[in-house]
Design a protein around this ligand. Structure first.
Ligand code: XLS
Ligand code: NI
Ligand code: NI
Length: 436
């Protein structure tokens, strides 16, 4: 029995269409810069919000109407939900999905029961992947919901909790590997602190590094070559999380010799919680060759928390796509909708509207970014701005052929630096707007 009988495969109808169940811009086969939109964007649906989100908030219970879900934590219900999820992803036409271990399968009364539940559901995931051709973008372990993780997982003060987290991650990597996952994400939900009065920060960070090294070792042992990612987020649920932003993660990875194995999975709403723009986070990661994947969502300017809304702002998606393309585009990563429908949008159809809107917004961002790149004015103004480094003194400094002494000599001869050129910010902003 179908869960969405009134919806068939979402077609591309073009910008003239008013059909709410059609794409206006995302045309999977259409080529942009010699690559299909499907391959540029690598859209992914998240299991946790889309199939486990109840709509509850700190002030009230769930509101979502999900007629296929019996509301229990049974294995049968979990397996049935997988069929529904793949019907949805397949009809939507997204090539990927992502999950946490505990989204897809219930936690058991013991670790071995939890392991068995996950393996049992993975059987169904595998079947459905084969049936539909939908692939796993990345897997992850939920190391933040169970009360045992109240003090953190890899950074817990309790060594046996660290042990449980390790066991859970081992199984999650195995299942991700078995399902052909292209990556594996570490989001440190409670890896941080609520108060420094009870926190040994140096020790906690060393434990986190040990944990990630063990994960890398285990992946190697079983032959899992998928990309590892760290997903920065500064706070929520804790007051401070160690993976607070892209720069902090890169510093941590370098300090602990993990940089080669890990890239970053950047989420828009986490960037804004960190006081950054998504464009900033993408550029920081890209400049360090660590731009891996994105959790595509957006926050609300007037709400200071992780509202995880679907991205519909074309300016934002244009910035995302321009920066991604600047660094060569997505390879193992994807545009993963870590986003949830509003509590008031309880109808199953809203799941389609939300994803279609996000996919169209990113498709427009892609086309606009490609047009800006083809135009070339932005790029040539950038090149021109740094042209003093292309030859003469600038080139000599870049080549390491100067010291403070030789530069003093040079500037004493010249008397002063050449006059500066305008930054042209407003003109650059106007040029971007020409394409929107
Ligand atoms: C929560 C995070 C989480 C990760 C996966 O804020 O975004 O959903 O993406 O654990
Ligand atoms: Ni996320
Ligand atoms: Ni988030």
């Amino acid at each position: 029995m179908e869960a969405f009988p009134s919806v068939s495969n979402i077609p591309f109808e073009g910008s003239g269409s008013t059909n709410p169940l059609a794409f206006k811009h995302y045309n999977a086969e259409e080529e942009v810069e010699g690559r299909t939109m499907r391959d540029h964007l690598r859209f992914s649906v998240v299991y946790w919000h889309t199939f486990r989100g109840s709509g509850s908030d700190p002030f009230g219970p769930g509101t979502m109407q999900r007629p296929w879900d019996d509301g229990t934590d049974s294995l049968e219900n979990a397996k049935n939900r997988v069929r529904v999820a793949f019907e949805f992803i397949d009809k939507l036409g997204a090539p990927f999905y992502a999950f946490h271990d505990r989204d897809v399968a219930p936690e058991g009364a013991s670790l071995s029961e939890s392991h068995a539940n996950l393996e049992a559901v993975a059987d169904v995931l595998e079947e459905e992947q084969q049936r539909t051709g939908v692939r796993l973008l990345w897997g992850t372990a939920n190391l933040f919901s169970h009360p045992r993780y109240m003090h953190g997982a890899a950074t817990s003060c309790n060594a046996e909790v660290f042990g449980m987290a390790a066991a859970q991650v081992k199984k999650a990597i195995e299942v991700t590997h078995r399902l052909g996952g292209e990556g594996y994400v570490f989001w440190g939900g409670r890896e941080g602190y609520q108060t420094l009065w009870n926190t040994d920060m140096r020790r906690e960070q060393a434990h986190l590094a040990r944990f990630l090294h063990m994960a890398a070792d285990y992946a190697k042992e079983i032959g899992f070559q998928g990309q590892f990612y760290i997903e920065p987020k500064p706070k929520e649920p804790t007051k401070h999380q160690y993976d607070s932003d892209a720069a902090a993660c890169l510093n941590f990875l370098r300090e602990h010799g993990l940089k080669g194995r890990f890239k970053l999975n950047l989420e828009t709403n986490h960037a804004t919680l960190a006081g950054h723009t998504m464009q900033h986070e993408l550029d920081v990661a890209g400049a360090a060759d660590a731009l891996g994947s994105i959790d595509a969502n957006t926050g609300d300017l007037l709400l200071g928390w992780d509202t995880d809304q679907f991205p519909t702002d074309i300016y934002l998606t244009t910035q995302c796509m321009l920066t991604l393309m600047k660094y060569g585009g997505l390879t193992t990563g994807g545009v993963n909708f870590d986003a949830k429908v509003r509590r008031e949008s309880f109808d199953p159809l809203d799941l389609f509207y939300a994803h279609i809107g996000g996919m169209d917004a990113f498709a427009r961002g892609l086309k606009i970014a490609a047009a800006i790149r083809a135009d070339g004015r932005l790029e040539s103004m950038l090149r021109e701005r740094y042209s003093s480094w292309d030859s003469g003194l600038g080139a000599e400094i870049e080549q390491g052929r100067h010291s403070l002494g030789t530069l003093e000599q040079h500037m004493l001869e010249l008397g002063d630096a050449a006059p500066n050129a305008s930054g042209r910010q407003e003109l650059l902003e106007n040029i971007v707007n020409e394409f929107l």
